[in-house]
Design a binder for this molecule. Structure first.
Ligand code: ADE
Ligand code: ZN
Ligand code: ZN
Length: 310
């Protein structure tokens, strides 16, 4: 009985400690693996608008029942399975040895040195699998999963810190304050910048933010779209190029003027937010473009003109 009471008292004493641990883990998130959920949904909402008819039909056929016919609902899925499919964890990013350039042969591998096991290899691999869609002999791949992985990783490769430095795990080990809140640099780029923009500019509404991005695509960025889409590689993708862009943006914007324990506020937010906006839009356009190349023969026109003018 005395032993039981002692154990109970010990547990009660440990409880506040445990609570503190949970709260501090919450305040300083680590090891998140993507644009946050919202970033991925936005990328895919943009992509949906730029799909050719053929691509939209193929996507509809491949989507799981639970998606309710919307690609955007499955775009965060790869993050949800990264503990279950442990092999998929390194496919969300690529790291460089502390340099501002990306080399596939040097940087695209997992911790066991297996080549191609990074975000660029993953995009090319799942694209290749999806090309077997419609083959007369049934594909041995689960093309529903291939589509959900591809849609997610095209988003990830556009998050600048998903092609970051190995030493700090793409900013995950750089502790910062986002205004008053303790977090890390990677999380700022996955989530905080988007959340602050949504709160300050878009009435906390993701749909309003997506509409603003779509509007920008039809006026401000309309001349850029064809450059973003341009990819000379016939059957592979241009993911290598997107990774090179990301590490450049990581060096010039994400890491720039940041050190351990720094507080980031308005100056950082207002100078980096335009980069985040543009990367979300680019990712959406390029995802649509990849899917149009895979599924549609009407790619050129479909890429240039949005199907449903909104
Ligand atoms: N873990 C290690 N490096 C990473 C990166 N660049 N992005 C996300 N998670 C990581
Ligand atoms: Zn991810
Ligand atoms: Zn991330």
């Amino acid at each position: 009985m005395a032993a039981l009471l002692l154990r109970l008292r010990l547990r009660l004493r440990l409880l506040p400690l445990l609570l503190l641990l949970v709260v501090s883990l919450d305040a300083a998130p680590r090891g998140a693996d993507a644009w946050g959920k919202q970033g991925h949904i936005m990328v895919c909402k943009i992509a949906e608008k730029y799909l050719s008819e053929k691509a939209a039909a193929a996507v509809q056929e491949l989507l799981p029942e639970s998606a309710g016919g919307e690609l955007s609902t499955v775009c965060p899925w790869a993050d949800e399975v990264r503990f279950h499919y442990r092999w998929s964890r390194p496919l969300h990013y690529a790291n460089t040895p502390g340099v501002c350039n990306f080399s596939f042969s040097r940087d695209c591998h997992n911790s066991r040195g297996q080549q191609g096991m990074c975000v660029v290899g993953a995009i090319n691999n799942y694209t290749d699998q999806l090309y077997s869609y419609g083959d007369s002999k049934k594909s041995s791949y689960n093309l529903t999963e291939s589509l959900m992985f591809l849609a997610h990783f095209v988003g990830d490769v556009h998050q600048p810190l998903h092609v970051g430095y190995e030493e700090d795990e793409g900013g995950n080990t750089i502790v910062v304050r986002w205004y008053r809140r303790k977090t890390n640099l990677h999380h700022v780029w996955d989530n905080s910048i988007i959340e602050t923009a949504m709160k300050d500019f878009y009435n906390r509404s993701m749909d309003t933010m997506v509409e603003a991005l779509k509007m920008n695509l039809t006026d401000g960025w309309s001349d850029d779209i064809s450059h973003w889409e341009n990819c000379a590689n016939k059957r592979a993708t241009c993911a290598n190029h997107y990774a090179i862009e990301s590490i450049h943006l990581a060096c010039n914007y994400a890491y720039k003027d940041v050190e351990q324990n720094i507080t980031l506020g308005d100056d950082y937010f207002f100078s980096r937010y335009p980069v985040v906006e543009k990367r979300l839009a680019q990712a959406g356009i390029r995802l649509a473009s990849i899917l149009n190349r895979i599924f549609g023969d009407d790619k050129q026109d479909a890429n240039a003109i949005p199907l449903q003018a909104q």
